[in-house]
Design a protein around this ligand. Structure first.
Ligand SMILES: [Ca+2]
Length: 373
């Protein structure tokens, strides 16, 4: 028998160490929810990366501030001539950025117009540039891609999280530094390409104070697939600073037809919480609906580690309002405590347990933190 019925409103929050500053703001917002019973639509900024697109290539004010760089069609500097297919990718990327912007200018350039190659030192000279760069084409054809692909830090390691290299037989492959995974073109029994790969990499060039987006494939079709994925970023739930795209022949007819994400490379320390396994709908608040004393209500949330290394999740529940609610309600989960690897998605059962003795509460708010250790 129902003694009392009350409506419960809960606020869920996720944050990494960098986001601790949002906590106080959130508490204030929770109080407002309690009084106004409003809807929650608060969005938190995660680590800067592909999940923030179209920013920074379209500014937060909606201004396009990028140049698309395609490669010259004849051999130049350290690289060969580019395939026109790269320009197809550049066109759809430019169109999407234009749709995302309300103003500003998209400019376009050839790689050898904005940079030069010094054969004596085997270095590409790239002057400072007034806008962000969207570079289309791999390091075998695009001199700017070549430059960033070969850029190294003081210890000699490559600065890009995903880079192109050749094996001892001269076969190109894409290598992910953090996972040590490599991808190269796959062929079927007829020698036809069965799968091509492309990489989308977002990189902050601190020396020139600009963001660079590099879209590069092993073959031209890999570049095109990576461009298509990027132009469709709203449907892919991208995260981190790099994504490797697989473009495959799914039905064995010799034509590549299927695009998928082979691997994503997280950045910094970041997690996010979603309602769905495809990570399209982030959880920003939970309406538990009507509950009875003694009832346990459960729902499934999906937590994705979008950081660069494995992490252990923690649940923090605080800010009960009214405070007496904490005597009768509890939020728990069935997370096992095992490490969630970079890029891994875990489904977790989140439960609200209502004490059978609860009485007189009709509405409440609370903050739930899903935290990354
Ligand atoms: Ca096919």
């Amino acid at each position: 028998m129902r003694i009392s019925i009350f409506r419960l409103h809960t606020h869920i929050n996720f944050h990494s160490v960098k986001r601790t500053q949002f906590l106080l703001v959130l508490l204030g917002v929770s109080l407002l929810f309690f009084w106004f019973s409003g809807l929650s639509a608060r969005v938190y900024g995660g680590s800067v990366g592909l999940g923030n697109l179209p920013w920074p290539f379209v500014s937060s004010g909606g201004l396009l501030n990028s140049s698309i760089v395609v490669a010259s069609s004849v051999g130049h500097g350290p690289v060969g001539g580019a395939h026109t297919m790269d320009v197809m990718g550049a066109i759809i990327l430019g169109a999407q950025l234009g749709l995302d912007a309300v103003g500003g200018v998209l400019s376009s350039a050839l790689d050898d117009q904005i940079s030069s190659y010094d054969s004596g030192s085997a270095q590409v000279n790239l002057p400072s540039f007034g806008s962000n760069l969207v570079v289309v084409g791999g390091p075998g054809v695009n001199q700017i891609s070549w430059y960033y692909n070969n850029l190294r830090n003081a210890t000699g390691a490559r600065v890009l999280p995903v880079y192109f290299d050749k094996d001892q037989n001269g076969v190109d492959y894409i290598h992910i530094a953090s996972s040590e995974h490599s991808y190269s073109i796959e062929r079927d029994n007829f020698g036809r390409v069965k799968a091509d790969y492309g990489a989308v990499t977002m990189f902050y060039d601190a020396q020139r104070s600009l963001w660079v987006l590099i879209i590069a494939g092993l073959g031209g079709s890999g570049t095109l697939a990576a461009s298509r994925l990027l132009a469709n970023y709203e449907n892919w739930s991208l995260f981190g600073r790099a994504t490797v795209v697989r473009f495959a022949d799914s039905d064995g007819d010799g034509y590549l037809d299927e695009t998928s994400v082979a691997e994503s490379v997280g950045f910094g320390k970041s997690i996010d919480v979603y309602w769905d396994a495809k990570c399209m709908n982030p959880v920003r608040s939970i309406d538990w609906g009507m509950l009875s004393p003694g009832e346990t209500k459960s729902l499934i949330i999906y937590v994705r580690n979008e950081g660069e290394s494995g992490t252990v999740l923690a649940l923090n529940v605080y800010g009960w309002n009214p405070t007496v609610t904490s005597n009768y309600l509890n939020v728990v989960w069935n997370y096992s405590g095992t490490t969630v690897e970079s890029g891994q998605l875990v489904a977790i059962n989140l439960m609200l347990v209502v004490d059978s003795r609860v009485d007189g509460i009709t509405n409440f708010s609370v903050t739930i933190d899903v935290d990354s250790s």
